[in-house]
Design a protein around this ligand. Structure first.
Ligand code: AMP
Length: 435
């Protein structure tokens, strides 16, 4: 006989992660808070496809950004179309806004989402190749109060999770005033070009703004003295920015004016911001989220000129912080009753008793394939149930059930026919909701 070759077990694609059952409570909690915030601020859910035409991202995120230059998951489909797995969610949302004529609805149109994004980045702490973003977009209004409210929503999402943050905020100006600043900045970085890292040397001419958010320490030292965009804002942009800050003051949001916040995507104008932890401690996750205004994007993607502002948060980074800081989140499952059995006949009886309990909407759990009452009761204890219902040989003969109070170990025998009402009565006496 030819020996069978041992089959190699498959592994995850580098930079991608499974979200295992033990982590799901964090994700569920995030979804819950996201949903609640969307209700509180009247945002509607939108789900766009994970894949879009490559040009959508080239036009929105920008040709000379790291995302488009290095990080996109792009392929040609069988029809020869150039397709990209979305690296972020705003471009698809804006495409949908234009395509579905949402411009004809009362403005601003307020949308929220949560879904996976893909960036072929070097995997490292806090950086994955598939990661989830959740965010809010308000499309169709330029009022600074909307910027402040969107900033507040990301801020509240974190504070509700017991992750107090600081908003790092800047203004990138508009098409009128940005070029002036770019000129001054270009002069500055050109003069320092020799001292910059290789990436920045390339960036100098293509996109000098990106030099400002270079993570290399040597570059950071050089750019510490760079001219600041806020000193070059036109009157309209300055008034808009001051107004955003006044609203943030009104909301008592902790923020820090930070001229190095330029964001890695081309579509941003005016307000842009990121969230860092107030007490970052040992965190090496980087920013938890960010966003800004993108007043030119709708037009760039073929719609009418339409101002807009949005925020996106990174779910994995938030979950990692929750775990690092040991923040308690609600358990996903809480059972009240464990049905335990001993012997073949008892098992038969228990399988229908289980259905009866379920039919009464009781929160019930079992481990029918196991023998041995001790092990089953240990499991019941671990699951934190209030009562165990036990049917062993004696109960089979007497047609009864043992109700064991898991808190104090007290056991009572009741008729099988009355067990459902008996356990409901006891749960009610302990003020445990049974529906
Ligand atoms: P960005 O669109 O780059 O500003 O991303 C918004 C948020 O998504 C960031 O603040 C991160 O929390 C998260 N994020 C971005 N890229 C990644 C990544 N490669 N892996 C995990 N999270 C990411």
């Amino acid at each position: 006989m030819v020996p069978q070759k041992e089959k190699k077990a498959f592994k995850l694609i580098k930079g991608m992660k499974d979200i295992m059952p033990s982590d799901q409570k964090y994700w569920e909690y995030l979804r819950k808070i996201l949903n609640r915030l969307s209700f509180d601020y009247n945002y509607d859910r939108i789900d766009t496809p994970m894949a879009e035409f490559t040009n959508l991202f080239k036009r929105s995120v920008g040709d000379h950004t790291d995302i488009v230059e290095k990080e996109m998951y792009s392929f040609e489909d069988k029809g020869g179309e150039k397709i990209t797995l979305r690296p972020e969610m705003t471009a698809g949302t804006v495409r949908a806004y234009i395509e579905h004529g949402l411009v004809n609805k009362p403005q601003p149109v307020k949308l929220f989402y949560m879904g996976p994004c893909f960036r072929y980045d070097k995997p490292q702490a806090g950086r994955q190749r598939q990661f989830w973003q959740m965010g809010f977009e308000a499309i169709g209004d330029e009022a600074p109060i909307i910027d402040a409210q969107v900033i507040n929503m990301g801020y509240k999402l974190l504070s509700k999770l017991h992750l107090p943050s600081v908003v790092q905020i800047n203004s990138l100006g508009c098409n009128e005033c940005r070029p002036n600043y770019h000129e001054v900045l270009l002069d500055f970085v050109k003069a320092k070009k020799k001292q910059l890292c290789e990436d920045c040397k390339r960036r100098v001419n293509k996109n000098p703004l990106r030099v400002l958010d270079c993570k290399e320490e040597s570059c950071q030292e050089i750019i510490a003295d760079a001219p600041q965009q806020v000193d070059y804002l036109c009157d309209d942009c300055r008034t808009h920015f001051v107004s955003v800050l006044e609203y943030l003051d009104e909301l008592e949001i902790v923020y820090n004016l930070n001229s190095k916040i330029v964001r890695g995507l081309d579509y941003y104008t005016r307000t842009c911001f990121e969230y860092t932890l107030q007490d970052a401690g040992e965190s090496r996750q980087g920013v938890l989220g960010g966003g800004g205004r993108y007043d030119g994007l709708v037009e760039e993607l073929g719609g009418r000129p339409t101002p807009a502002v949005g925020v996106a948060m990174g779910a994995e980074r938030i979950v990692k912080e929750l775990k690092r800081l040991d923040i308690k989140v609600p358990e996903l499952k809480q059972y009240d009753i464990f049905v335990a059995q001993l012997g073949k006949e008892a098992r038969k009886k228990c399988i229908s008793l289980y259905e009866e309990l379920l039919a009464d909407d009781l929160k019930v759990v079992e481990n029918f394939s196991k023998d041995g009452i001790k092990g089953q009761l240990e499991q019941a204890n671990k699951l934190g149930v209030v009562y165990a219902l036990i049917i062993g040989q004696k109960e089979m003969v007497d047609n009864t059930v043992l109700i064991r109070d898991m808190e104090n170990g007290i056991q009572e025998t009741v008729d099988f026919a009355k067990v459902v009402s008996a356990v409901k009565k006891r749960l009610k006496a302990k003020e445990i909701e049974t529906v």
